[in-house]
Design a binder for this molecule. Structure first.
Ligand SMILES: [Zn+2]
Length: 158
């Protein structure tokens, strides 16, 4: 079947920046989402629409098509008291913003008692090159659509 709204899609993908450095890839289980509900980057979902299992596709997205440009006002300096003693550059923490969105906070500097944190999405500002293989496509069940997530292996909410 072709990918359309309410398809449960499993992908394997590698994500590179415009210099060819790998910035993300799917682990062994792949990445599964329900199509048409914002579970994946909307511009990427638009490319996948209508494709079938077994298809491989390569495409690139500019920053404005995924997580936006980097915003320097999202960089803050905090007291080291807020962190574990061994906080280090590259550490990442998950937090929640005022609207309830999950934000990944990356430590970009540790200087004496000051820790510099960056709330930009780690992929913001990059042109992303996707190399995608569509592993499987099936229709979501009514229960999955009601719950807004996929059931079966790896489901841990019950
Ligand atoms: Zn459920």
């Amino acid at each position: 079947m072709k990918i359309s709204t309410n398809s449960v899609v499993t992908l394997q993908f590698t994500l590179k920046d415009s210099n060819g450095n790998t910035v993300d890839d799917t682990s062994e289980g792949g990445f599964t989402y329900i199509h048409g509900h914002g579970g994946f980057i909307p511009a990427a979902e638009a490319v996948l629409e209508g494709l079938e299992a077994g298809t491989t596709v390569q495409f690139s997205l500019k920053p404005e098509e995924h997580f936006g440009e980097r915003n320097e006002s999202l960089i803050d300096t905090l007291s080291k008291d807020n962190f574990e003693e061994d906080v280090a550059v590259g550490d990442q923490f998950q937090t929640v913003d005022e609207e309830g969105n999950i934000v990944i906070l990356s430590v970009s500097g540790v200087n004496g008692d000051e820790v510099t944190v960056d709330r930009n999405h780690p992929l913001a500002g990059l042109t992303l090159v996707f190399d995608v293989k569509i592993e499987s496509v099936r229709a979501a069940t009514a229960e999955e659509l009601e719950h807004g997530h996929i059931h079966g292996e790896g489901c841990d909410h019950h």
